[in-house]
Design a protein. Structure first.
Length: 67
């Protein structure tokens, strides 16, 4: 029984429950997705312009119908 306990205790003492430290790296976007990211940003800018134009057109229509 004593011979069974020694390897068991050594095995359990060798286990460490904390994960190993991870090296800190800078967060850079993946260059593979850079073109998609730029396309999304451009689409968001265009969407803003379209919404502004729609608001201006709606205002003109409202002004024309009130007169």
């Amino acid at each position: 029984m004593k011979w069974l306990m020694i390897p068991l205790v050594l095995t359990l003492s060798a286990c460490d429950s904390s994960p190993p430290p991870q090296p800190e790296t800078e967060h850079k976007p993946n260059p593979v997705f850079e073109t998609q990211i730029q396309a999304v940003k451009k689409a968001q800018a265009v969407e803003g312009q379209v919404m502004d134009a729609a608001d201006a057109q709606r205002k003109q229509i409202d002004d024309a119908t009130q007169q």
